[in-house]
Design a protein around this ligand. Structure first.
Ligand code: NAD
Length: 260
């Protein structure tokens, strides 16, 4: 079902996006990578995916905070991978601060990358998916798209926004064989979370191991980080024929975080 499909995965040069790229490429999807990083590292990711899974792999350096660059990424994907069947809106950043000290430019940046980018990408994807009479849009939201925490106002506003956007898009496209769903991960041990662990260890004068433990203990009843492969496998399922009637959902993969 996924063999020969083409997928754009935003923010796929590391973490969850890269994990999704591996699972979709393993399933036969051609991949358009996107995200920041050193050219040599990106070249190594491209060649690993190509040789390991025998699929075509492109790379777009689009900055997801810039709508014109997002549109150009779709044009590049159509040119290099012939179409866009799957869109994974994954690029995201975090900034932690009490709201009265939250820098305005950080608020604007988080809303642009974590929320508006998905709007621009979905807008660019829909005409192509309508033409193909097929589409799968998956938005990587967060447990923080369903519940709140202190000091993450911009991130939580953006992630709740992504869940709302998911529902609205799903309803607009429900008759067209184009689904739109959100995945809501709990803690996944990526660069985005590593920084929060290090900041916590420093602020509380505790070891990295203790900071990791406390982070999990506070929120994630499984007491284990979710693995990027788990997000990849769920993404693969939501792209499959078996999931064609699943649309508009926000699916937690969070070790029980949002069950409390
Ligand atoms: P990460 O820092 O490892 O990856 C972020 C990716 O986004 C990188 O490829 C980076 O280059 C890219 N990126 C950042 N700004 C960009 C921009 N302006 N344009 C294009 N690409 C940009 O972090 P991650 O944890 O893998 O996060 C991926 C997504 O998962 C984010 O949306 C994040 O909010 C979400 N998420 C993460 C966790 C977690 O615990 N790690 C939990 C829930 C949700």
């Amino acid at each position: 079902m996924l063999k020969g499909r083409s997928a754009i995965i935003t923010g796929s040069t590391s973490g969850i996006g890269l994990g999704i790229a591996h699972v979709l490429a393993y399933s036969g999807c051609n991949i358009m990578l996107n995200g920041f990083g050193e050219q040599s590292v990106i070249d190594a990711i491209k060649s690993k995916l190509t040789t390991k899974y025998q699929v075509s792999v492109g790379y777009s350096k689009a900055d997801m905070s810039k709508s014109d660059q997002i549109v150009a990424m779709f044009e590049q994907c159509e040119k290099e991978l012939s179409t866009v069947d799957i869109l994974i809106n994954n690029a995201g950043i975090q900034y932690v601060s009490p709201i009265d000290q939250f820098p305005v430019e950080k608020w604007d940046q988080i809303i642009a990358i974590n929320l508006s980018a998905a709007f621009h990408a979905i807008k660019a994807a829909i005409p192509i998916m309508k033409k193909n009479k097929f589409g799968r849009i998956i938005n990587i939201a967060s447990a923080h798209g369903l519940v709140g925490s202190p000091n993450k106002s911009a991130y939580i506003a953006a992630k709740h926004g992504i869940v709302g956007l998911t529902k609205s898009v799903a309803l607009e496209l429900a008759e067209l064989n184009i689904t739109c769903n959100a995945i809501c991960p709990g803690w996944v041990h990526t660069a985005l979370v590593q920084k929060q662990i290090e900041d916590r260890a420093k602020a509380e004068n505790i070891t990295i191991e203790k900071a990791e433990h406390d982070l999990l203990f506070e929120k994630q009843p499984s007491l284990k980080f979710v693995q990027v492969e788990e997000i990849g496998e769920t993404t693969k399922f939501l792209c499959s024929e078996g999931a064609k009637s699943i649309t508009g959902i926000a699916l937690p993969i969070d070790g029980g975080w949002t069950a409390r």
